[in-house]
Design a binder for this molecule. Structure first.
Ligand SMILES: CC(C)(COP(=O)(O)OP(=O)(O)OC[C@H]1O[C@@H](n2cnc3c(N)ncnc32)[C@H](O)[C@@H]1OP(=O)(O)O)[C@@H](O)C(=O)NCCC(=O)NCCS
Length: 183
C-alpha cells in the first residue's frame, strides 16, 4: 500500500482532555505492561523502572487532570496515546516543550502521531503565549523526527553522542517550531 493511500484510510484522531477515568489506563501502559515497547523509544537511556501501585500513580497524576497540559490521543474514540506540555522557566517566557507517545506499536507509522502532534501544537499555540515549541528526542528515534518534520519542526539542537543506549552512543536532538512557522 502506498503511503498516500494509507493516509487516506486513517481514521479520526483527536486530542481530548485528561480525566480521572483515564488514569487506570495510563497506569496499565506505564506500569503494568511488562517491557513495553514504547519505552524503548521514549528516553530509553533513562532506564526508568516504574513500579508504582495504581494508588501511588494516581496520586502523582491527579493534580495534572484537567490542567490542560496533559491530554489523551484517541483514534475513532478509542484511547491510544498521550501528549503533554510544560513551560520552560521562566513562566511567561514563551518557551514550551511538548511530548508525545502512542502506546501500541501496531499503530505506529500510520500518521496518527502526525495528526495528534498537529492538533497539540495548534492547541498549545492557542492556549498559551508560547513563541516557540520544542520536542526533545534522540537520533535513533527516526519515527519521532520524521513525524515532527512533517509539521514544520526542524532540528535546532544536536548534542553529539550525548546518550548511551543499546550498546552505542546517540545524539540528543531538539526540534523546534516558531509560532509564525505553523503551516
Ligand atoms: C514517535 C511516535 C509518537 C510517532 O507517531 P507515529 O504515528 O508512529 O508517526 P507518523 O506515522 O505520523 O510518522 C512517522 C514517520 O516516520 C516514518 N517511519 C515509520 N516507521 C519508521 C521506521 N521504522 N523507521 C523510520 N521511520 C519510520 C513514517 O513513514 C513517517 O514518516 P513520513 O510521514 O515521512 O512517511 C510513535 O511512533 C510513538 O509513540 N513511538 C513510541 C514512543 C516514542 O518514541 N515517543 C516519542 C518520544 S520523544
Amino acid at each position: 500500500m502506498t503511503t498516500q493511500l494509507k493516509r487516506l484510510l486513517i481514521p479520526q484522531v483527536d486530542v481530548i482532555p485528561l480525566v480521572e477515568d483515564d488514569l487506570i489506563w495510563l497506569w496499565h501502559w506505564n506500569v503494568e505492561v511488562p517491557d513495553a515497547e514504547w519505552k524503548r523509544w521514549d528516553g530509553p537511556y533513562f532506564g526508568d523502572q516504574d513500579n508504582r501501585s495504581y494508588r501511588e500513580f494516581a496520586r502523582d497524576w491527579r493534580p495534572r487532570v484537567r490542567t490542560g497540559d496533559r491530554a489523551i490521543i484517541t483514534v475513532e474514540g478509542h484511547r491510544c496515546g498521550f501528549v503533554n506540555r510544560f513551560e520552560i522557566e521562566p513562566v511567561g517566557g514563551g518557551w514550551w516543550e511538548l511530548g508525545l507517545v502512542i502506546f501500541e506499536p501496531r499503530l505506529w507509522g500510520q500518521g496518527i502521531g502526525r495528526r495528534a502532534l498537529s492538533t497539540w501544537t495548534r492547541q498549545t499555540f492557542l492556549e498559551t503565549s508560547a513563541r516557540v515549541l520544542t520536542l526533545t528526542t534522540w537520533s535513533g528515534n527516526t519515527r519521532m523526527i520524521r513525524c515532527a518534520e512533517q509539521l514544520g519542526y526542524t532540528v535546532t539542537g544536536r548534542v553529539p553522542e550525548a546518550r548511551e543506549w543499546d550498546g552505542r552512543r546517540w545524539d540528543s536532538i531538539t526540534m523546534s517550531l516558531l509560532r509564525n512557522q505553523i503551516a
